[in-house]
Ligand binder design. Structure first.
Ligand code: SF4
Ligand code: SF4
Ligand code: FES
Length: 237
């Protein structure tokens, strides 16, 4: 089926692109291309993946300038003719080649109080949550996040303001705010109400456009803005 000219980022922050010829195959994914280079051309190429079925979130990279999950992106979807440019995610430190340091991303989940706090113990029965309730529907729309960092990489506000909590952490905060079992939402609202929280979002929608799980962090962030305003009016912040 021909040959792809693939430019791949090599090195750390100060690296550059190197070009490889990769055989074009039917139904080839971008992750297949990277794997071919590492296994057959240059074993020193570093990249990250685990599940290869769109569940673990570890394979995200910039492909032809757009952040994507590479295991579920076919070359045909991302291709610009017979060329492909593959780079590490933006807005994160580059460790080597296509591997970024996800520490700032997950630190922001912690800052946004992204951990569930329940009141029940192992001795209690499961709490029943109606699938039809308004809050459960909000959770359903946001819960399938795989922590891939695609939205974070696509967000210009993160680029301008490195302290901004970002779309994924705020989406997680919104999910927990709607969880009727959660008992620490006052602290969560206080955490997302600051200068680096939900009000820093400029509603660009890049996160929602790029999310491979079809989540809209923008909608969740708008919900957080409303919840913060209500809490402020009630004097609860
Ligand atoms: S909507 Fe907000 S969080 Fe999403 S990309 Fe735009 S500024 Fe970033
Ligand atoms: S919200 Fe979407 S793009 Fe962002 S980390 Fe979760 S799954 Fe990835
Ligand atoms: S390798 Fe797990 S989501 Fe791509």
């Amino acid at each position: 089926m021909g040959t792809l000219k693939v430019s791949v980022w090599r090195g750390a922050e100060a690296g550059g692109f190197r070009t490889y010829d990769v055989p074009r195959l039917a139904s080839q994914t971008v992750l297949d291309v990277v794997t071919h280079i590492q296994r057959h051309i240059d074993p020193t190429l570093s990249y990250r993946f685990a599940c290869r079925v769109g569940m673990c979130g570890s394979c995200a990279m910039n492909v032809n300038g757009k952040a994507r999950w590479t295991c579920r992106t076919h070359v045909a979807e991302a291709q610009g003719g017979d060329t492909l440019e593959i780079a590490p995610l933006s807005n994160l430190p580059v460790i080597k080649d296509l591997v970024t340091d996800m520490t700032p991303f997950f630190d922001k989940w912690a800052k946004a109080q992204g951990r569930f706090n329940g009141a029940r113990t192992r001795a209690d029965a499961f709490e029943r949550v109606s699938p039809q309730s308004a809050q459960r529907r909000e959770v359903d729309a946001a819960i399938e996040c795989i922590g891939c960092g695609v939205c974070y990489s696509a967000c210009d506000v993160v680029k301008w303001n490195p302290d901004y909590l970002g779309p994924a952490a705020l989406n997680r905060a919104w999910t927990l705010l709607n969880d009727v079992r959660e008992i620490a939402n006052a602290a969560r609202l206080a955490a997302v109400a600051g200068d680096a929280g939900c009000h820093a979002c400029h509603t660009h929608m890049s996160c929602s456009e790029r999310c491979p799980k079809k989540i809209s962090p923008t909608a969740g962030i708008a919900g957080l803005k409303r919840a913060v305003a209500v809490a402020a009016i009630k004097g609860e912040l």
